[in-house]
Write a protein that binds this ligand. Structure first.
Ligand SMILES: [Zn+2]
Length: 399
């Protein structure tokens, strides 16, 4: 059933408080929003479901940490089920739109099942990766592995891989304009693809109506992403103060992925010793530069990089609190970055991320006023989650 109604709650529409009232939906789409100043506040409010623009759903499988090593060895069919299950875990914690930024067949299959309602759940966008040999996207797979995800070297191969992902069902393309931290034997300072290759990937994706998300940890990588016309910058951790105005002027959304780097630094896993060394270097200037970037209008949006291991599928709430603190934003400004503007950054601004007539019925009912206090988004205070018109978690309050 994709119809329902909610009344006697305060409504925050993705940008501002409308007041107390009710919302109703049919076929998964919101109807007229009724605001009535006479309605007594019952302590509950409804806000748009959160939008996490950067997740990885095929790394952890099952509920237990011990299950996670299994992810490397399991088959595609199992992975598709774990991807859908992981998406549902996000949804139970208030995230009703997700973008997987290393998607292959299991994500494409899960995204189709979620979109069609075969599996009732959140909306999943799946972006196929285009990495060079020895690039960040390639080095996640150990060098001796028998099966590797495809890579592309040279302009023609780059265009071809974009076309293959689109044929397979990708909603967009993930690229890399610098090395990374968790990939094996990688260095953040390495160039990934030549500028011509990167520009060709972006051009080809755009020609086929697909957006491009660019992983960039170095200042040079951020510069290449902007110049090549990428539609979002992921991490931007090594952003230099001198780049802030160009980034703000381009209006390109940036997912700062604050928590994942803090989790890497806080851990003591000997396998992550190299990752800690590189993380320490890239985050050294991060908070001061990001705070200045937020002041000068850089468009930061929610992106947790959650993979169920370093950052749990419950991590959106903690990431928003870190964004508020590091960026110096109010709770309300931060919530915009986790709802309406995050949806707009994915190209869904006309249908997702707002409580307004004609928008998807993706709703988060909580006890309290999250636009004043982000702690209200803690999973323990979630009363109900509706995704694409279906109640996925909790109970809708009755008037
Ligand atoms: Zn990521």
């Amino acid at each position: 059933m994709t119809a329902g109604a909610l009344s006697g709650v305060e409504i925050w529409d993705g940008e501002r408080l409308l007041g107390a009232g009710g919302v109703a939906w049919a076929d998964g789409v919101l109807g007229e929003i009724a605001v009535d100043p006479g309605v007594p506040a019952c302590g509950l409010s409804v806000v748009p479901g959160l939008v996490d623009t950067h997740v990885h759903l095929d790394v952890a499988v099952g509920e237990q940490p011990a299950d996670s090593g299994w992810a490397l060895a399991t088959g595609e069919a199992d992975k598709a089920l774990h991807v859908a299950g992981g998406a549902l875990r996000f949804a139970r914690n208030g995230v009703t739109t997700l973008r997987d930024l290393y998607a292959t067949e299991p994500q494409f299959a899960a995204a189709r099942a979620l979109a069609s309602g075969v599996v009732p759940g959140p909306r999943l966008l799946a972006y196929g990766p285009v990495s060079m040999t020895a690039g960040h996207g390639d080095l996640f797979t150990p060098r001796g592995a028998a099966a590797r995800p495809p890579v592309a070297d040279g302009v023609d191969a780059c265009r071809r891989l974009v076309r293959e992902w689109v044929r397979a069902g990708a909603d967009g393309i993930k690229i890399y304009t610098s090395g990374g931290i968790l990939s094996l034997g990688d260095e953040v300072g390495w160039r990934n693809h030549t500028f011509e290759e990167t520009a060709a990937i972006v051009d080809e994706a755009h020609a086929l109506g697909r957006r491009v998300a660019a992983h960039a940890l170095s200042a040079e990588g951020v510069d290449v992403a902007i110049r090549a016309g990428a539609d979002s910058v992921e991490h931007a951790t090594g952003l230099a103060a001198g780049q802030i105005d160009a980034l703000a002027a381009a209006g390109v959304p940036v997912a700062p992925t604050l928590a994942v780097h803090e989790r890497i630094l806080a851990g003591d896993d000997p396998l992550l010793a190299a990752a800690r060394r590189q993380t320490r270097a890239v985050v050294a200037q991060r908070d001061a530069v990001f705070a200045e970037a937020a002041r000068r209008g850089v468009r930061f949006v929610l992106g947790t990089d959650a993979n169920g291991r370093l950052v749990p599928y419950t991590g959106a709430h903690a990431e928003l609190r870190r964004m508020r603190d590091v960026l110096g934003w109010s709770a309300e400004r931060t919530l915009v970055a986790g709802t309406s503007d995050a949806a707009a950054s994915l190209g869904l601004g006309g249908s997702v991320g707002r409580i307004a007539r004609g928008y998807s019925a993706d709703l988060l009912v909580v006890r309290g006023r999250p636009w004043e206090d982000l702690d209200v988004l803690d999973p323990s205070r979630i009363v109900a989650v509706v995704a694409q018109g279906r109640l996925l978690h909790g109970t809708l309050p009755t008037p």
